[in-house]
Design a protein around this ligand. Structure first.
Ligand code: ZN
Ligand code: ZN
Length: 246
C-alpha cells in the first residue's frame, strides 16, 4: 500500500499529470489535477457576488450595495447552528476533480491551498482561532489511510498559523450510542448528529473553523457545530473546497 503510493508519487514527478477534467496536460505541478484552462472555467466565488452571508449560497439574483452584504440571508439556513459557511466555488470541473482526487491521495496542490487561504482571509472567517477537520469514521480512516478533511486542515493551519485540532471532535459510532443506553428513538434522532466533543476544555471560548471537502446540505457541519457550541465554543464557521447542489 505504502509502496504503491511512493511509486505513484514518483510517476507523477517523471511524467506530466493529465488534466482530470479535459485530458490535456497540466502545465505546472502546482496546479494539481487540472490544467490552467480548466481552472479558469471553474466557478470560483468572488467578493463581488451576492451570497447568503450565513451559508454562502451564491446567485441570490439581487444586487446589493457592498455595505449591507452581511445582512443578506437565504433563510433556508436559519436553523443551522454555524455562524457562516464558505467554499472556494461550485462543485464542478477542477474543484470537483480536486475533491475526488483527495479521496484517493492525501495531497493538496499549492494552487488549491492558495484558493482556500484566500477564502479564509476574507470576512467573515477572519476571526478564527482554531482549525478542526470534520472527522471521518475510524473504519473509513483505516480503509483509506487518511482523512481528506484533515489533509486540507493541516495545509490551512500551516499557512494561517493557527492551531490544528484533530483530537477534540470525534465521530461516535451507532454501537457506542447503543451502549450509552439510548432508546431506539433517541438513537434514531442522533444518527445525523454522530459527533461528540472529547476535550471541551480545548474548544471553550474558541472561534472554530470547521474544514471539510464539500458542503452540500450542510447537515454534517451543522451537527459538528451543534456539539462544539454545546461544549462551549464561542463561534463555529465552515470552510470547504466546493459547494454542491443541495
Ligand atoms: Zn483541462
Ligand atoms: Zn443561507
Amino acid at each position: 500500500m505504502l509502496l504503491t503510493r511512493v511509486y505513484d508519487a514518483l510517476l507523477t514527478v517523471a511524467y506530466p499529470q493529465a488534466c482530470l477534467v479535459c485530458g490535456g496536460s497540466v502545465e505546472q505541478r502546482s496546479l494539481g489535477v487540472a490544467c490552467k484552462s480548466c481552472w479558469e472555467s471553474t466557478r470560483v466565488f468572488t467578493d463581488a457576488e451576492t451570497i447568503c452571508w450565513k451559508c454562502g449560497v451564491p446567485s441570490l439574483g439581487i444586487d446589493v450595495p457592498v455595505g449591507v452584504r452581511n445582512e443578506i440571508r437565504c433563510r433556508r439556513c436559519d436553523s443551522q447552528s454555524f455562524t457562516a459557511a464558505r467554499a472556494i466555488g461550485s462543485y464542478e470541473n477542477a474543484l470537483r476533480q480536486s475533491v475526488l482526487s483527495l479521496k484517493r491521495q492525501p495531497h493538496v496542490s499549492s494552487y488549491l491551498t492558495d484558493l482556500l487561504v484566500a477564502v479564509a482571509r476574507r470576512e467573515p472567517l477572519t476571526a478564527v482561532t482554531r482549525i478542526i477537520p470534520v472527522p471521518l469514521h475510524d473504519k473509513r480512516v483505516r480503509e483509506r489511510g487518511f482523512n481528506q478533511a484533515a489533509v486540507l486542515a493541516t495545509g490551512l493551519s500551516k499557512r494561517l498559523e493557527l492551531p490544528l485540532d484533530e483530537a477534540s471532535l470525534i465521530r461516535v459510532g451507532a454501537s457506542e450510542k447503543y451502549r450509552a443506553g439510548l432508546d431506539p428513538k433517541g438513537r434514531r434522532d442522533t444518527v445525523a448528529g454522530a459527533f461528540a466533543v472529547r476535550h471541551p476544555r480545548l474548544v471553550a471560548g474558541e472561534n472554530i473553523l470547521l474544514v471539510d471537502d464539500v458542503f452540500t446540505t450542510g447537515a454534517t457541519v451543522d451537527s459538528c457545530s451543534e456539539v462544539l457550541l454545546a461544549a462551549g465554543a464561542g463561534q463555529v464557521s465552515v470552510l470547504t473546497v466546493a459547494r454542491g447542489k443541495s
